[in-house]
Design a binder for this molecule. Structure first.
Ligand SMILES: Nc1nc2c(ncn2[C@@H]2O[C@H](COP(=O)(O)OP(=O)(O)OP(=O)(O)O)[C@@H](O)[C@H]2O)c(=O)[nH]1
Ligand SMILES: [Mg+2]
Length: 197
């Protein structure tokens, strides 16, 4: 059953003036290109075709907002680390990311990491940007179906040790459904996080 039967695409943001009203709560889905961000949005919302899924890395170029229920949004960020992205395009993202960062409704980040790559410096840099003492950060070790149980458990252990207190982490697979329910619970908790000063 769909967890968010009223989930809908809200708008794409290509310039700072286009953001939705800064009301309610929003959580950003971030991660490397091709990590599985759009697939995670679909799995968590329970709506198969809500966010676009690409076979070509770097397809999500804009900030795509989805409203899962009134005043509760998720925003699909452009994936980082994809070398073929034109530098001009990259320059357009910076003001968008800065504008997102200053929004009161921006409560937390779900960081999607391909479990076969594990946490890298670029992911830790993203967590820093999110200011984890100020906002909640939750890591999805995505595409967990690609590894056997022992390997999954090892990556989870290592990520848990690396993250310590700065973020929570779990196994996730949009394809098998592993971890979807816990991810929904974390999303609800992130939305509920009051901004700490
Ligand atoms: N095996 C497996 N493949 C997955 C899973 N989630 C996503 N994929 C595949 O990984 C590829 C990228 O998925 P997307 O959800 O488009 O990834 P993304 O992070 O949104 O990519 P960009 O928007 O291009 O940065 C697609 O071919 C998906 O089918 C999963 O849980 N298991
Ligand atoms: Mg995407």
């Amino acid at each position: 059953m769909s967890q968010y039967p009223r989930a809908a695409f809200l708008l794409s943001v290509a310039a700072p003036v286009q953001f939705p009203a800064d009301l309610g709560a929003e959580v950003a889905l971030a991660g490397r290109s091709n990590a599985g961000k759009s697939s995670a949005i679909n799995a968590i919302s329970g709506r198969k075709a809500l966010a676009r899924i690409s076979k070509t890395p770097g397809q999500t170029r804009l900030l795509n907002y989805f409203e899962l229920k009134p005043n509760h949004r998720i925003v699909d960020l452009p994936g980082y680390g994809y070398a073929a992205v034109d530098p001009e395009e990259r320059r357009k993202w910076v003001p968008l990311i800065d504008a997102l960062h200053s929004r009161t409704s921006f409560r937390g980040v779900m960081l999607v990491v391909d479990i076969r790559r594990g946490l890298r410096d670029e992911d830790l840099a993203l967590i820093d940007w999110a200011e984890p003492t100020h906002r909640g950060v939750h890591v999805l070790l995505a595409k967990a179906d690609k590894l056997n149980q022992a390997k999954r458990a090892k990556v989870l252990r290592e990520a848990t040790a690396t993250l310590g207190e700065i973020a929570t982490v779990q196994l996730f697979s949009a394809h098998s459904g592993l971890g979807v329910e816990p991810a929904r619970e974390r999303l609800a908790a992130l939305w509920a996080t009051a901004l700490k000063d």
